[in-house]
Design a protein around this ligand. Structure first.
Ligand SMILES: [Zn+2]
Ligand SMILES: [Zn+2]
Length: 423
């Protein structure tokens, strides 16, 4: 019987390989940054990924998964389980305002709007480059690997264009977690609100579920000087906005988890002296558990319909479920911390507050235990609390964070295979 590899067995090889691949990870990242592509349109990026995975000798490379996704499989030299690592490839419809030499000047049309800028304002260029680097690092030590590593490059994390499906949910539906079946998954995100070298994580519910709603309040149009002759959807819509604010304050057990209901859009009318026929409200719902999520959906519907009915109007409520709660498996989270600590230094690995943003990494975590963590990307000499946040046109990434990304993802994969393989 062979002695199992110790958790430290790969550390030296990982550090050495990460240093070797770093200049190319930086170069890939700059190339993707200068040539960003929106969700489901990551054709150029996906091609570069697939060519790279083939060049380093992946046993299987599947393209066009969920439109533009790429899945690579690297079988190690020893038998064992299957671990997946995930990167997202899409950019945002944001016009870049940084002054980096590889700044994006690209423009496109998006969701019916002409001439919008495109920018990797969420750092997915880094995620893609990091995972390409990790794939190369692991390919270089494949004979020692006790199991299989799957590299999942997904499109459209920031949601696909209106009318299209995409992202992690579609990747799962199209079999990215099967053949070979994945046993655990890891992923990371660069964040501007922490500095390079720091890692943030949270066990259990980490990032919120995100759903959006649209409410059409149908009244009866009339002259604004004779309101009694119609039904005013502006006044009724305003009551609905106020009513919706009672859901979190009066209906949700906030000792369990926080929740958010925000109305971000209120459109009605074209003229000061006409009461319009209809008002349209749009908003978002964020929760940290599924029970709250379905309760809030019911309340949004009932409150809107009942307030409208009380005023003699009618409310049509449409709720779209986007992303589930990103839940880090507690056992896997605990297990991951020593590995992160070996590369980041234990004092730099910290539990952080819940995040009200959402991530479609949650769809992989519904299939298998998964762990998702943040790495800081603001230069240590700047105040991360004042740095332009992810999605800002001035989002800036310190490329020194890439090394910690490649080292930790590679180490989590190898440690996990070593710890969970056949003895
Ligand atoms: Zn984002
Ligand atoms: Zn993101």
């Amino acid at each position: 019987m062979n002695a199992p590899d110790s958790p430290f067995a790969f550390d030296a090889a990982i550090r050495e390989a990460a240093a070797r691949v770093e200049p190319r990870v930086v170069a890939w990242r700059r190339d993707f940054h200068q040539n960003p592509e929106l969700g489901n349109r990551e054709v150029r990026t996906a091609k570069a990924v697939a060519e790279h995975l083939r060049a380093i000798g992946c046993d299987d490379v599947r393209e066009k998964v969920a439109h533009t996704g790429v899945v690579g499989v690297l079988k190690g030299g020893k038998p064992g389980p299957v671990v997946a690592l995930r990167a997202d490839m899409d950019a945002l419809p944001v016009a870049e305002e940084t002054d980096v030499p590889f700044k994006s000047t690209k423009r496109t049309h998006w969701n019916g709007i002409e001439n919008v800028g495109i920018m990797h304002a969420c750092g997915h260029d880094a995620h893609t480059a990091i995972l390409m680097g990790v794939a190369e690092m692991l390919a270089g030590m494949r004979e020692r690997i006790p199991g299989t590593v799957k590299f999942i490059f997904q499109p459209a994390e920031e949601t696909p264009p209106i009318g299209e499906n995409g992202g992690a949910k579609m990747m799962v539906e199209q079999g990215c977690m099967q053949d070979p079946k994945v046993d655990a998954i890891f992923g990371l995100h660069v964040v501007a609100n922490d500095t390079t070298g720091k890692i943030g994580y949270r066990s259990g519910a980490f990032m919120a579920s995100a759903d959006d709603f649209r409410i059409f309040v149908k009244g009866t149009q009339t002259h604004a000087a004779y309101p009694w002759s119609g039904v005013d959807p502006v006044v009724i819509g305003s009551q609905i906005v106020t009513g919706l604010q009672t859901i979190v304050s009066r209906k949700v057990d906030i000792t369990q988890e926080p929740a958010i209901v925000t109305v971000g859009v209120f459109h009605a009318g074209v003229r000061h002296n006409i009461i319009p026929e209809q008002a349209k409200l749009e908003g978002t719902i964020r929760t940290f558990n599924e029970e709250h999520r379905s309760q809030i959906h019911e309340h949004v519907k009932r409150i809107s319909e009942m307030i409208a009915a009380a005023g003699g109007a009618k409310a049509d409520v449409h709720i779209h479920r986007w992303y589930d709660v990103t839940v880090n498996d507690p056992a896997l989270t605990d297990w991951s911390l020593p590995t992160l600590g070996r590369f980041a230094g234990g004092e730099n690995v910290r539990t952080i507050d819940k995040v009200c943003g959402a991530e479609d990494f949650s769809f992989y975590q519904k299939e298998v235990p998964g762990f998702f963590y943040f790495i800081g990307c603001t230069p240590p000499d700047r105040d991360a609390r004042k740095a332009p946040v992810n999605h800002s046109p001035r989002f800036y990434m310190d490329e020194k964070c890439l090394r910690l990304g490649t080292e930790t993802l590679a180490a989590l994969a190898l440690d996990w295979l070593a710890a969970n393989g056949a003895r």
